[in-house]
Design a protein around this ligand. Structure first.
Ligand code: PBG
Length: 323
């Protein structure tokens, strides 16, 4: 009596209603975060060639896009800044009149309910494109911490709800938490990119954020793709330093990492379905080799099933329109 023909799993797959009744994982628009790229100027909107549907926009365009996202029920945006000028230390990243700071102030004025998350990193702001300041050809970890903290405080002062450090310096969550608290921003949350891998899937983003390293690569600070135990150590360290939520990035090649982080910590886990993961499916869809909407739903649902509570996705609006 223990198998076929008594047991027939197909009985509950026969109709859409039956399948819906027994579906274990549901993805909703509430789970999504839309990334936006802010550039200087007025009325600027430049499509990113390698990311169909994604634009660089000036502050006015960010507000328009965020309004559209909010109207679709998307609860949060993640802002990246592309400054007019770059220098050795990335000093535009903590400028009061920087693109991200201005965008945050406008968003909080126009859409106070929208959760505004800011990416905290130096790579979009440094002339060499690395995520911290250099000492010779290496990124100087400890000298970078103060600059990241300054940037995070300036985002909090502009009104950011959550700051999200993506630089992978050791000790940055503690440094940022301490600086935020000292400046009177104890209520500003930290979403740490805790397990960020040195990935081949960031290519299109580096076009969008104009942040490709001028020499070398990021393997000296981002994680080796083979490591999951180390990812858990990184996550525990960031939680101990005060992270309120943790990120795994990229998403689909690291579903096991997402799963382990969720199971082992119980913390809110965010997964970033990154530019290259998105671009690969979009390119195949353009050639007619994949159905974009179906591939999108399956990819995002898999990330949720693995254990992510939140998903950063360039498809946030497309997904919201289909539900
Ligand atoms: C670094 C940062 C990167 C991404 C988000 N934050 C790129 C990198 O580490 O080179 C990648 C996001 C994506 O690929 O969509 N500030």
């Amino acid at each position: 009596m223990s198998g076929f023909p008594v047991i027939r799993p197909r009985r509950l797959r026969r109709t859409p209603a039956l399948r819906t009744m027994v579906r274990e994982t549901a993805l909703t628009t509430d789970d999504l975060v839309l990334p936006l790229f802010v550039v200087p100027g007025e009325a600027v909107r430049r499509p990113v060639a390698s990311m169909p549907g994604v634009d660089q926009t000036s502050v006015d365009g960010v507000v328009r896009d965020a309004e559209g996202a909010a109207a679709l029920g998307i609860p949060a945006v993640l802002l990246f800044g592309v400054p007019a000028e770059k220098d050795e230390t990335g000093s535009r990243s903590w400028a009061e009149d920087g693109v991200v700071q201005r965008a945050v102030r406008e968003l909080k004025r126009e859409l106070p309910e929208l959760v505004v998350i800011t990416d905290v990193c130096l790579c979009e702001y440094t002339s060499h494109g690395h995520c911290g300041v250099l000492a010779g050809a290496e990124v100087d970890n400890d000298a970078t911490l103060e600059l990241l903290a300054r940037q995070a405080v300036s985002h909090a002062r502009a009104g950011a709800d959550i700051v999200a450090p993506s630089d992978m310096m050791d000790g940055r969550v503690g440094a940022i938490r301490c600086a935020l608290d000292e400046a009177g921003f104890a209520a500003t949350a930290i979403l740490s990119y805790a397990a960020k891998f040195a990935s081949a899937f960031y290519g299109p983003f580096r076009d969008a954020a104009e942040s490709a390293p001028a020499f070398g690569d990021r393997r000296g600070y981002q994680m080796d793709p083979g490591n999951v135990e180390e990812a858990l150590r990184e996550v525990r360290l960031d939680i101990a330093e005060g992270a309120d939520a943790v990120m795994v990035k990229p998403a689909l090649p690291y579903l096991d990492v997402i799963h382990r982080v969720k199971r082992d910590t119980g913390y809110p886990v965010c997964a970033y379905h990154v530019s290259g993961e998105f671009a690969a499916i979009m390119a195949a869809a353009e050639r007619g080799w994949l159905d974009e909407a179906a591939a999108m739903r399956e990819a995002l649902l898999s990330i949720k099933r693995a254990g992510a509570d939140l998903i950063v996705s360039y498809w946030a609006r497309q997904f919201a329109r289909t539900v």
